[in-house]
Design a protein around this ligand. Structure first.
Ligand SMILES: [Zn+2]
Length: 424
């Protein structure tokens, strides 16, 4: 037996495997390098740019204590925000009224008097209104620097940068909603009493379920093609059609729901890292990741500028697209492509199975076994990920966040440099 030839024979199939491994490593490295966080800009950044430091100053002012509906800090935050928008020269007012929450399970409706802050920058030749939205209330017991201080900082600093640039074609509105934490009350009141003068309306809603991580646009209204196109022009934007499905499984909700129901076009963007800090007394300004703030701000400012100068009545055309984030940006394609690719995939697998069985290279039994093992592997992987956490929770329940029951991340609590806190 020729040992060298036998070794060569065995070495040959390794080449495709090596190429595949190399390709995986290259894609992994590209993902890391191309998707590294945006560096926060200081207060000396150009006037028309988004600066995390300038945005953070607003968050520090309003997040010294919880801003629960009706509390003195809630009122103080409102007065501060109104003052800031008036200083920018926007037509600012406080719209008061009753907002209602109807529990989906048919329990008693509840309502409260809420005070939304609305500010308008009139456009030069408007086709509609671009709305920058966030909620300024917080839950009881949490200073809400992330939820929703990051949204407030993003909206105020974006509004300032827009004012510093050329006048937009469309009306641009700032909407700081009230009573979000008590059942989306402010956005309910806003949509119920909205003025017909809004015209075609697109809302950029900003949220947080933590205090760090890359902002993700996890919900977009249908038809989404034009909205996804505008979002894809923002460097650092993250979106994935799959997350919309995932969010529907969570008990959370946001003002986006009322904007969608009212027939507005809308984006829902949030950070979700550091969920141990969500609705917690530890959700303080010093713990909010400035890189997350910079990235959310830059993305929103880019999208707002583009929409503020486009024909908003055309947002309805363009149809449905599937979107996912790849290392170089957003990949988006019409829904029918996904259906066609799924069909092709099923046909290709069926062809492969039949051909191999006909050639005697496989049997029905071996194909069934391979399918069963593949499915079992997925199940086992989920189990293997869940089991250590289950054991850890039995040993030390304090490791979980009391609000989300997800793991706390001590790295976020330590005052590490922000560059090391990304993704914690
Ligand atoms: Zn919130």
């Amino acid at each position: 037996m020729d040992t060298a030839a036998a070794l060569d024979d065995r070495a040959l199939p390794r080449l495709p495997s090596l190429v595949a491994l190399l390709a995986l490593v290259v894609v992994g490295l590209a993902t890391l390098l191309l998707h590294s966080p945006t560096s926060p800009l200081g207060a000396d950044a150009p006037d028309d740019a988004f600066s995390a430091e300038r945005a953070a100053a607003h968050i520090e002012t309003i997040s010294t204590e919880p801003r629960a509906l009706g509390s003195p800090a809630h009122r103080a935050a409102r007065e501060y925000l109104v003052g800031q928008l008036e200083t920018l020269g926007w037509r600012t007012s406080v719209k008061s009224g009753v907002g209602w929450f109807s529990p989906p399970d048919g329990r008693t409706q509840r309502g409260a008097r809420v005070h939304n802050i609305v500010a308008l920058l009139p456009g030069t030749d408007p086709t509609g209104t671009v709305v920058l939205a966030a909620h300024y209330d917080s839950v009881r017991g949490s200073p809400g620097a992330g939820d929703d201080g990051i949204g407030i900082g993003t909206v105020l600093e974006s509004a300032r940068a827009i004012t510093a640039g050329p006048a937009p074609r469309n009306d641009v509105m700032v909407l700081l909603t009230d009573g979000e934490e008590d059942g989306l009350l402010g956005s309910h009141m806003f949509t119920q009493t909205r003025s017909p003068s809004l015209g075609a309306t697109v809302v950029l809603n900003h949220e947080a379920r933590g205090n760090t991580g890359a902002p993700m646009t996890f919900r977009i209204t249908d038809p989404n093609a034009a909205l996804v196109e505008a979002l894809s022009h923002a460097p650092g934007a993250n979106a994935d059609s799959f997350t919309q499905l995932g969010f529907e499984l969570l008990p959370n909700d946001t003002d986006f729901t009322h904007f969608d129901t009212a027939g507005f076009h809308a984006y829902d963007t949030a950070i979700a890292g550091g969920s141990a800090f969500y609705h917690s007394p530890l959700d303080t300004p010093d713990r909010l990741n400035p890189e997350s703030l910079q990235q959310m701000g830059e993305t929103s400012l880019t999208v707002t500028r583009e929409l503020a100068d486009s024909d908003l009545t055309a947002l309805d055309s363009g149809g449905e697209v599937i979107v996912t984030t790849v290392p170089w940006g957003l990949l988006h394609y019409p829904s029918w492509v996904e259906i066609a690719l799924t069909g092709l995939f099923v046909v290709a697998v069926a062809w492969l199975v039949v051909t191999r069985i006909r050639r005697g290279e496989a049997t029905y039994w071996s194909v069934a076994t391979a399918t069963g093992v593949s499915v079992a592997t997925v199940g086992f992987t989920v189990f293997a990920a869940w089991l250590p956490w289950w054991i850890a929770m039995r040993l030390a329940p304090g490791m979980a966040s009391p609000v989300t029951s997800e793991p706390s991340a001590p790295a976020c609590i330590n005052s590490l440099p922000s560059s090391q806190r990304w993704g914690c």
